[in-house]
Design a protein around this ligand. Structure first.
Ligand code: KG4
Ligand code: ZN
Length: 350
């Protein structure tokens, strides 16, 4: 197991590229400290109410050169200083992944430095190892609830690259539950952050939504989404202005239901494993209510909890950079024939 704190005498500079979905991001890391983390968010998808894969890959092609240039400039280094190039291999949208993969390959080749492929899901988890003032890093083993637009899983993290999925969603991801419910409320994509914003002003107990009944550590969100749709349709029949007049209470109640589901599953996972170190990761870990409930669990259940800095929650190249650095320490480089993998699992070994 690499010891980060002893092995960082010589500065190692790594450029990381993340292009798995609809954000083009590049970061430069020096050992385990992020020097720059630039992100170009693709606004175009908001017009369509969700990510359009064709448009995403085209936008990555347009953004990648300026985003990488900006990351290098902000880090105040020269390309020649780089020791390796890390990139997201998967999972994600194939067209989007291909843009980052081929860019990283050609840059590594032209600079004659190692190429490191990174599993995006491991990246979300390992973002907890970025050196940040006031942030404590977890020790092994810990549990990580990874919640994003594409994934909902509880992972047992035994070592940097030894992760086991204990439970996951059998249908929609939690981010989808937020975004699809927001769409029902006529809110623009991605709706998760807006539900969070309006929920702050509402009563979380105003409406009750039934929680799904699935296996101990698994999740299901598609039933909740349908129940939410029927609830809104019924209320609108009685009062066409129902959403407008009750938006804050609706968002607070929905968010309360979703976060309670997540916390209940985490409690089950702690009970099953006896592991009381609990982390959250992924875009939905930016949600203020899950952050608050996790913090409360420190006092309530005596857990030790780890909440990532906002900039490392939603997709970003910083998390790819730290994962690349950890692989660099193990000389775990990729062959130039490495290909994108849209369906990569967090516990995939090759
Ligand atoms: O990790 P991420 O950036 O992309 C994926 O890998 O999927 O996660 C994006 C998801 C979206 O569904 C978005 O609505 C959700 O994270 N999200 C939030 C919040 N911020 C982002 N959901 C609830 N509350 C938030 N504050
Ligand atoms: Zn992600």
């Amino acid at each position: 197991m690499p010891n980060l704190f002893k092995m960082s005498k010589k500065p190692i500079y790594i450029l990381a590229i993340e292009s798995s979905c609809d954000d083009t991001s590049a970061a430069v890391i020096c050992n385990n400290k992020i020097l720059s983390n630039t992100i170009a968010t693709q606004e175009i998808h908001a017009e369509y109410g969700g990510v359009v894969p064709e448009l995403a890959s085209r936008a990555h092609q347009q953004n990648i050169v300026p985003v990488v240039q900006q990351a290098i400039q902000k880090a105040n280094i020269d390309k020649k200083d780089l020791n390796a190039i890390a990139f997201t291999r998967g999972p994600g949208l194939m067209g989007s992944l291909l843009v980052g993969t081929s860019f990283a390959k050609s840059l590594a080749l032209s600079l004659n430095i190692p190429l490191i492929d990174v599993n995006h899901m491991q990246g979300h988890v390992l973002a907890h190892f970025i050196e940040e003032e006031g942030i404590t890093k977890p020790t092994f083993p810990f549990l990580c609830l990874t919640i994003s637009g594409g994934h909902t899983q509880i992972v047992k993290v035994s070592d940097y690259f030894d992760m086991t999925v204990l439970g996951e969603t059998i249908d929609d991801a939690v981010g989808e539950a937020f975004d699809k419910s927001a769409k029902i409320l006529d809110l623009p994509y991605p709706g998760g952050p807006l539900i969070d914003k309006y929920a702050k002003l509402g009563n979380p107990k105003a409406y009750k939504f039934t929680k799904p009944r699935v296996g101990d550590l698994d999740f299901s969100f598609s039933g909740l989404k349908t129940a939410f749709l029927y609830f809104i349709q019924k209320q609108e029949k009685e009062n066409p202005n129902f959403i407008e007049e009750n938006l804050h209470d609706i968002c607070a109640s929905l968010q309360n239901t979703i976060v309670t589901i997540l916390m209940d599953k985490l409690k089950n996972a702690v009970k099953h494993t006896g592991i009381m170190q609990v982390a959250i990761a992924g875009g939905v870990s930016a949600n203020s209510e899950i952050r608050k409930r996790l913090k409360d669990a420190e006092f309530k259940y005596k857990w030790k909890t780890y909440i990532p800095k906002f900039e490392y929650t939603t997709d970003n190249a910083g998390m790819i950079a730290i994962t690349g650095y950890l692989k660099y320490l193990e000389n775990n480089y990729s062959d130039s024939s490495v290909s994108s993998n849209a369906r990569m699992k967090v516990d995939q070994k090759d």
